[in-house]
Design a protein around this ligand. Structure first.
Ligand code: GUN
Length: 288
């Protein structure tokens, strides 16, 4: 039987409307909206699209949102000054610095400058450290979105073998850490470009998460029949077509569940960014 398709777009509509309800409640109770400031340096076309989509989602859910567009040759000092002013602005609950940054800027230094309670990307050392030590707070949006997709589709995770392809700080590593948390209880294997006998490992996966950034890398022979296949990849081919890391058409007939690209994990990343902005607003009001 063909795989069930996990529709991330439809799930995002549901969760974003729940977040809109929460934001309206916050406005009623406190007089302020959850607010997200996005910082975009340079004119990378993909980044411009991502940031625009994030802003649209904020506006639709009744969040405040600001876009700080900076020139490609902005200095590190000027960018740090902007981040310091956003850190100190009580209307701003979340700060998102869109990546990649131009090469002359030190990405780690910039991300570390975002105050931890406004780090809605969850990439900073404090939030990643809390996740690692079993006290998750602001989670990286893409792996959190994958978790929510599994849970809201009633896909069992506890005791299952999840194989994650990719060890990035944005997806692979935190994906593994999230799935290992007490109460989620997956058995996790993280594979990467140097992993030997890759196919033997991926074929053991009950749930396979592909986040390697290579079009159609995961082929049907790498997937156990009935497995859940989550495709985090977004790759643009020479003909302009967007495809994931998974050979979707080849795998669809034999998988248990599969996520499409586009319309799978992508919309969930934005949804979890709104979730984090609201959570950050609540954390900040508690810490006052
Ligand atoms: N660039 C690609 N993905 C992301 C993301 O999740 N957050 C940020 N800030 N930049 C990105």
């Amino acid at each position: 039987m063909a795989a069930k398709i996990i529709d991330g777009k439809a799930l995002s509509v549901v969760i974003q409307s729940e977040l809109a309800t929460d934001a309206a409640l916050m406005l009623k109770e406190t007089g302020s909206r959850p607010g997200l400031a996005a910082v975009l340096v340079g004119d990378n076309p993909a980044s411009q699209v991502y940031v625009r989509n994030k802003q649209k989602a904020c506006e639709k859910a009744g969040f405040a949102s600001w876009l700080h567009k900076l020139d490609a040759n902005t200095s590190q000092g000027d960018l740090l000054k902007l981040i310091a002013s956003l850190n100190n602005d009580p209307k701003v609950h979340g700060i998102l610095v869109q990546l990649p940054l131009p090469k002359h800027l030190d990405t780690e230094l910039i991300l570390d400058a975002v105050t931890p309670l406004k780090d809605v990307d969850g990439f900073g050392p404090e939030n990643l450290g809390l996740l690692t030590s079993g006290r998750p707070r602001l989670l990286p949006c893409t792996p959190h979105g994958v978790l929510i997709m599994l849970q809201r589709n009633n896909i069992p995770i506890s005791g299952k073998h999840v194989v994650v392809l990719g060890r990035s700080t944005i997806v692979g590593k935190p994906m593994g850490l999230i799935l290992l948390q007490n109460g989620i209880d997956a058995t996790v294997t993280i594979c990467h470009s140097k992993t030997a006998n890759l196919k033997e490992i991926t074929r053991q996966a009950d749930i396979l998460v592909a986040a390697i950034g290579r079009p159609h890398f995961v082929t049907p022979d790498m997937v156990k029949p009935g497995a859940v296949v989550i495709d985090v990849g977004i790759n643009r081919l020479d003909d302009g077509k967007l495809v994931g890391d998974v050979d979707y058409d080849g795998i669809l007939p034999n998988a248990g569940f599969i996520t499409p690209v586009p319309g799978g994990v992508g919309p969930m990343t934005i949804t979890m960014l709104l979730h984090n902005t609201l959570l950050a607003a609540k954390l900040q009001s508690k810490s006052k």
